[in-house]
Ligand binder design. Structure first.
Ligand code: ARG
Length: 260
């Protein structure tokens, strides 16, 4: 299980290296693509996967959450109208790559692997990987997960970590909600997911708890097509303004109450 830490170190080293490369302009993709996924027509098209509260979830048929509010604020800064489409998490990167969408905002962790296919904006939040189990479970830490049934959302970093656990049987679901149910119903022993959605799901479903062990700290950022460097720059500027004006903190505070 020590592998996980090693893998993480490798991921982070890779992310750093890519960031440095990008900063030096050494990544080699200088020319704008001909059919760049532009933001023409004043519409900023966002894709997300909305079973991830408080970042994105449905409320009365509408997608709401931190990512939605941040994207709205960005669109406002850019004088554009935000349009949102919900899809499977593991389709988001392809949607951005193909130009079907301008941005993917989905509590998405910056990883070396994803950086091969898309660019990421500056990070706007931090996520921590945690483990959800039933209240009466005797699983107490990551080490107890060996050989267990672990539910995850398809394509997430939680799935990657679960794959590294010895003898674990991974049950992968398109919707995070279905993975939570699997634990609740006793069909899986644990779920690996980010801390804020974990808190939201544990609060909404009696009989679940979050283990204290936090085993990975990740950066969330918005994914944009590699060719679309102009939009990347404009969104980074908008994000900077939102950070400096306190608007970003305001959005987060609306959804997350910190009692530390
Ligand atoms: N942070 C994790 C990842 O990037 C999970 C994100 C899941 N997001 C969602 N909207 N379902 O893999």
């Amino acid at each position: 299980m020590k592998n996980i830490k090693k893998i993480l170190a490798v991921i982070m080293a890779g992310v750093l290296a890519s960031a440095i490369l990008a900063a030096c302009g050494g990544s080699g993709s200088a020319a704008p693509a001909t059919e760049a996924a532009g933001a023409a027509g004043g519409v900023l098209k966002m894709v997300t996967e909305a079973t991830f509260p408080p970042y994105e979830s449905y409320e009365g048929g509408e997608i709401v959450g931190i990512d939605v509010d941040i994207a709205k604020a960005i669109a406002e800064e850019l004088g554009m109208t935000l349009e949102i489409e919900d899809m499977a998490f593991d389709s988001l990167i392809a949607a951005v790559q193909s130009g079907k969408a301008d941005i993917a905002a989905a509590g998405m962790t910056v990883t070396e692997d994803r950086l091969k296919n898309v660019n990421f904006t500056e990070p706007y939040a931090t996520g921590i990987q945690v483990i959800i189990v039933r209240e009466d479970s005797d699983i107490k830490s990551l080490d107890d997960l060996a050989g267990k049934k672990i539910a995850v959302q398809t394509g997430t970093t939680g799935e990657i970590y679960a794959e590294d656990i010895e003898g674990a049987e991974i049950q992968s679901f398109t919707k995070a909600t279905d993975a939570v149910l699997e634990v609740l119903n006793g069909k899986a022993d644990a779920m690996m997911i980010d801390n804020e959605p974990a808190k939201a799901y544990v609060a909404a479903n009696e009989g679940l708890k979050i283990l204290e062990e936090e085993f990975a700290v990740e950066d969330y950022a918005i994914a944009i097509a590699k060719e679309n460097t102009e939009l990347l720059e404009r969104i980074n500027n908008a994000l900077k303004n939102l950070k400096e004006s306190g608007k970003l903190d305001e959005i987060v505070a609306k959804y997350i109450t910190t009692e530390e």
